[in-house]
Design a protein around this ligand. Structure first.
Ligand SMILES: [Zn+2]
Ligand SMILES: [Zn+2]
Length: 276
């Protein structure tokens, strides 16, 4: 299969043929139809993650199940699926309690094993981690949900519990920030978005936690079990992550973009089609 391969920290990403994965026990292989290019992939390229080389990055994906491993009960070849970027083990108390996003034995495609900048990707614990993509949601749109959109959704809906007419300040209009603006608006909140400038940071500081009773909440992605509510809003058109998609590129273009992605001035999400 064709894939973007990293041979060493900060080496030029190479597009070449590599062996296709086989389905692990309890897991599946997904034929990747769309996969997002994310700043986290740049961090992997830049040596900020503990990778085994050669490595294939990519963690925001959607596609079609092409092989099913032993023990998988919920999925079949041909199913349209996506996955959170954090995949739980499926066995521990966090996973069984619906909090696979903080599983201590978690896997992350594109970091702990080869990811989705390829025509196929292996995913573990499929019954825990896969999410069905409805027929009326494009796979590129579903790929946009897996990392930045889900993180923003969980932060606003589950962690901050944003209600109508509350004010939401979004600092930084990157992938998470743009998603947060859209989701906060859909929740009926009033939104101020500021970008990464000195003036913007001064504003944020003036709004700071010393003067007001603000809470600082973390959000580390979202478990697959929490996806149906978000996916239903997407299918209904009340959330439009497709509006965040700026461009679709091929593997060669993505390989050239990756080393520059820390400074790239993009106005939305970049999606890779590995079959172009
Ligand atoms: Zn990402
Ligand atoms: Zn687990």
């Amino acid at each position: 299969m064709r894939a973007i391969v990293l041979d060493a920290v900060r080496a030029d990403p190479q597009v070449r043929d590599v062996p296709a994965p086989t389905a692990p026990a309890g897991g599946v292989v997904v034929e990747v139809r769309a996969t997002g290019l994310c700043r986290s992939d740049w961090h992997a390229w830049a040596g900020h993650e503990d990778l085994v080389f050669p490595h294939v990055p990519g963690h925001e994906l959607a596609g079609v199940v092409s092989e099913v491993g032993t023990g998988v009960t919920r999925w079949a070849v041909g199913d349209r699926v996506t996955t959170p970027f954090v995949c739980g083990c499926g066995r521990c108390s966090w996973c069984r309690g619906g909090d696979a996003q903080v599983c201590p034995d978690q896997q992350q495609p594109g970091f702990t094993h080869w990811g989705s900048f390829a025509q196929h990707v292996a995913l573990h614990a499929a019954d825990t981690n896969l999410v069905a993509v409805p027929d009326d949601v494009e796979l590129a749109t579903a790929a946009a949900l897996g990392c930045r959109f889900a993180t923003a959704y969980r932060a606003l809906v589950a962690r901050a519990r944003v209600a109508a007419d509350e004010w939401v300040v979004v600092v930084g209009a990157g992938g998470v920030g743009l998603s947060a603006v859209m989701i906060a608006r859909a929740l009926g909140a009033r939104v101020v978005a500021v970008d990464r400038t000195t003036a913007a940071l001064d504003v944020a500081r003036r709004l700071g936690a010393i003067a007001w009773e603000l809470d600082l909440l973390g959000s580390h992605g979202m478990a697959a079990s929490d996806y149906p509510e978000m996916m239903a809003l997407v299918a209904e058109g009340r959330l439009r992550p497709d509006l965040l998609l700026e461009r679709t590129v091929d593997l060669d273009t993505a390989a050239a973009l990756l080393p520059t992605f820390d400074t790239a001035t993009v106005a939305g999400l970049t999606i890779i089609d590995p079959w172009r």
